[in-house]
Design a protein around this ligand. Structure first.
Ligand code: SAM
Length: 287
């Protein structure tokens, strides 16, 4: 009876700076597969050279990923094994590979992770911010208005928020954080695993000052982490808040503005005050 050998796609994490972070299993996997799909073949070629590995490379980046799927699926179904790597860290994490992995899994192919470096996990592991829950938001929009909207939309989230950012936008991002979130604690993890690895901690405004004094602090790659909003409700006096909202609404102040005033004066969550203001506004008047 002939046995059909099934191909495997190995999703292989590679270093985010320090080549010693390449795991033995990752290196062996790259040496053993029939071909390696890489975000940038020249970049990966340098890694392979360092590892003393010679395997055929093919490009798989955001512009050709969908077009590559049929070809790679056919190779796997024919019994070949392949690896997927990105330029740095874990593929699919703000990197190509999602479409390929989704389609291969739909086709019943085996997809195996070879875990390793990932900038967001490395950054969280040293930031000293809560990690029991966090939100990874990848790269924020390039335009300031959209960026502020997204920052503002998550302002009341209580878990740590994590972003990727490039050096040419780090100042703009910090300015937008200062505008939308004020004194919220920010941890900047720069150049992780590399020579100039730095962790900066403080409000966005204080970090901007640090960068203004030492422009080297704006160079390199960044993971930006924001502390979550303080736990809601705890120290907030609902009765006082209700009286304040009622007074504001009676004066003709809008629901949104009234909620803003209550948040500033009494703390707690803007959303919570907004909901209460809405209820009060809709409640039938006395008499
Ligand atoms: N797939 C990668 C991973 O697993 O982290 C991320 C790729 S994404 C295109 C590149 C971004 O990751 C950079 O702009 C930066 O925000 C972050 N990053 C990558 N390497 C880093 C490092 N050594 N230090 C800090 N941030 C890094």
């Amino acid at each position: 009876m002939s046995e059909r050998k099934e191909g495997v796609l190995y999703v292989v994490a590679t270093p985010i700076g320090n080549l010693e972070d390449m795991s033995a299993r990752a290196a062996r996997t790259l040496a053993e597969v029939d071909a390696i799909a890489a975000e940038d073949t020249r970049h990966t070629q340098r890694l392979l050279k360092h590892l003393g590995v010679e395997r055929p490379l093919l490009s798989l980046h955001e512009h050709n990923e969908a077009g590559r799927v049929d070809q790679l699926r056919a190779r796997l179904l024919a019994g070949e094994s392949l690896a997927l790597v990105s330029d740095a860290g874990t593929p699919l994490i703000s990197d190509p590979g999602f479409v390929l992995v989704r389609e291969l899994r739909r086709a019943g192919c085996r997809v195996v992770p070879i875990p390793g470096p990932c900038a967001l996990v490395a950054a969280l592991s040293v930031a000293g911010l809560p990690t029991d829950r966090f939100t990874f938001e990848g790269f924020l929009p390039a335009k300031s208005a959209a960026r502020r909207r997204q920052l503002e939309a998550g302002a009341s989230r209580e878990e740590t928020r994590v972003f990727y950012e490039s050096p040419h936008r780090i100042r703009d991002l910090l300015e937008d954080v200062a505008t939308t979130l004020g004194e919220r604690r920010v941890v900047l993890a720069r150049e992780l695993t590399k020579t100039f690895e730095t962790l900066l901690d403080g409000s966005a405004a204080s970090l901007l000052e640090t960068i203004a004094e030492d422009s080297d602090q704006a160079r390199g790659e960044f993971v930006v982490m924001l502390a979550g909003a303080p736990a809601a409700d705890t120290a907030v006096d609902d009765a006082e808040g209700e009286a304040l909202l009622q007074a504001l609404l009676a004066e003709g102040v809008g629901v949104k503005s009234a909620a803003g005033v209550a948040t500033r004066l009494l703390g707690g969550r803007r959303k919570q005050w907004y909901q209460l203001a809405l209820t009060l506004k809709d409640a039938p008047g006395e008499g």
